[in-house]
Design a protein around this ligand. Structure first.
Ligand code: ATP
Ligand code: MG
Length: 227
């Protein structure tokens, strides 16, 4: 297992670009990294039918973003309750921030804890490839594990490899809602990338599959953060 200096990473990428897959791989390889996925967190709240889940589900089912103030509070609370607001912890965020407003709020919050972001990586996957993937995607909601019937099928059809629990299709992975999410991403990512390019922490890794992207991502992280 490789040792890293404290890494505070944001993964950017279109819906279906493989942020969740890259996250699982990184967590396996670098035991010190923790992760927060905004989408996974919200899906769990929906499954538990909490007040937050009820609020979130109407946005999510329509492929719309939650208001900045709401999601920013959720992620801030999660960082705090998991003790990640220190300059010693290593973590990555998947799915947050999604807007410049969210990015600015996060910067402010982190700087008061001496834990500013130190890397932002955009996963650059051609959008035709992504559209193909989505119909084959299944998820295990409690863990956030993602399967693809073509590239990464579960060992037993319809069941999570680790727990044996049922997999489900995300209701926002339909062609219609997915198209909206992709359009939404295209409109918000450019200013977000500019925000981080100005800070000198933005990198991009490109590829058509997660297996091509992953080694590039690891090389990048090791170059900058290996002890
Ligand atoms: P994928 O999981 O395929 O990478 P995605 O990034 O579009 O796709 P999630 O991150 O799982 O999907 O988010 C699902 C939904 O949850 C979004 O469409 C949105 O409604 C809501 N959501 C998640 N993160 C945020 C955020 N940072 N700001 C606002 N809404 C969010
Ligand atoms: Mg995701």
């Amino acid at each position: 297992m490789s040792m890293l200096r404290p890494l505070r990473l944001v993964l950017l990428g279109a819906p279906g670009s493989g942020k969740g897959t890259q996250t699982s791989k990184l967590l396996k390889e670098f035991g010190s990294i923790k992760s927060i996925s905004s989408g996974d967190l919200l899906r769990k709240q929906i499954e538990l039918a909490t007040p937050l889940g009820l609020k979130a589900s109407s946005y999510i089912s329509q492929g719309q973003l939650l208001p900045d103030s709401l999601i920013t509070g959720v992620i801030g609370d999660e960082l705090k309750s998991r003790d990640l607001l220190t300059s010693k912890a290593s973590w990555l965020l998947d799915g947050f921030p999604r807007t410049v407003g969210q990015a600015g709020a996060l910067d402010k919050y982190l700087s008061t804890h001496d834990a500013a972001l130190n890397l932002v990586v955009e996963l650059d996957v051609p959008h035709e490839v992504i559209l193909n993937r989505i119909e084959n995607r299944y998820v295990h909601v409690p863990s956030g594990r993602v399967y693809n019937l073509e590239y990464n099928p579960p060992k037993v059809a319809g069941k999570d490899d680790i727990t044996g629990e049922p997999l489900s299709k995300r209701p926002d992975d339909t062609a219609e809602v997915f198209g909206k999410r992709l359009e939404q991403y295209k409109q918000t990512v450019t200013p977000l990338k500019e925000h981080y390019a100005k800070q000198g922490i933005l990198s991009t890794v490109s590829g058509t599959t997660s297996d091509i992207i992953y080694p590039k991502l690891v090389t990048l992280i090791l170059q900058k953060f290996a002890r």
